[in-house]
Design a protein around this ligand. Sequence first.
Ligand SMILES: NC(=O)c1ccc[n+]([C@@H]2O[C@H](COP(=O)([O-])OP(=O)(O)OC[C@H]3O[C@@H](n4cnc5c(N)ncnc54)[C@H](O)[C@@H]3O)[C@@H](O)[C@H]2O)c1
Length: 333
Amino acid sequence: MIKIGVIGYGYWGPNIVRNFSVHDEAAVHYISDSNPQSLDRARKAYPHIRITKDCCDVLNATDIDVVAVITPVSTHYDLAKRALLNGKHVFVEKPFTATVAQAEELIEIAERKRLTIMVDHTFIFTGAVRKIKRLIEEKALGDLYYYDSVRVNLGLFQSDVNVIWDLAPHDFSVMDFLVNEKPSAVAACGKAHVNGLEDTAYITVHFDNNMIAHFNVNWLSPVKVRTTLIGGEKKMLVWNDLEADEKIRIYDKGVEVTNQESSYNLRVSYRTGDMYAPKVDQVEALRNETEYFLSCVTKGERPENDGLAGLRVVRLLDACNKSMKQNGKAVNL
Ligand SMILES: NC(=O)c1ccc[n+]([C@@H]2O[C@H](COP(=O)([O-])OP(=O)(O)OC[C@H]3O[C@@H](n4cnc5c(N)ncnc54)[C@H](O)[C@@H]3O)[C@@H](O)[C@H]2O)c1
């Protein structure tokens, strides 16, 4: 039985407690939150779990194996470090840390103490992303040309990070999981209209090959959009995460050059074939992810979304901030 202490029971924490609680091989022993209202909610939902205001009760507990850090980004490093130093495996929210150096240090401690770090890159455990991964691996799309993502809605404004650090970790972690190429540079532009932190941003990620990626993240959109287009040489794909049934649509559309004698005479023909929507597994991503975490801890295996995956995302986020400070100049990775 893997015993878990959860720190942070705000918006996301209840989902973590609920999902760890369904597995037979795990039990949540502690929930900690510094906010009394959150503690009241936890007490009502889980009368049998020890509830505490002081996170030290969790970090120093001798009867738990895992600490789940579900608090704001600015606190991840300190809480995760104390947990690791006390010999606990760590499940930590995205983004992993607030700086590259912090992520590197946590990875080093975990390696030294042979402990598992899993960063909650929830979307890579969705049926849709798993299906897209298979399609890319099978070369169904051919060589990838572009990755284009829009993740916009109204709020939730965060007090410690800008919209890129809040929303783009989802997209960066998905791209990192799906695309084999390593990004070479990042250019980002953003504007702050409300609380001094950028709430609207456009990010371009460059690769050494011919692929390009673009991300639009925004807390000031009147409508919620969660759409990613992935264009390949053979086929193109649209992933609309807000669709209930047909989350992924694959289009047999493309362009072929039919005459290459000169650029003036260049002729392209357009291929417009069928569209199909493959079946996508509907199991809650966090259910899959928490199960995988427990399996990695039990077997001592390194998760796909380990500290290094978290670090790759933090490097991209850090490069975005550097680029925004230089008015969108590309920052090499
Ligand atoms: N994976 C996802 O899809 C997803 C979704 C939402 C949020 N998140 C992440 O989850 C984390 C928390 O986000 P949220 O929206 O739940 O924030 P939140 O502000 O709603 O909740 C955070 C909670 O942590 C508590 N807290 C802060 N410091 C603490 C400490 N030292 N000890 C005990 N409690 C402490 C606060 O009182 C608060 O209740 C963030 O890193 C966020 O990026 C991930």
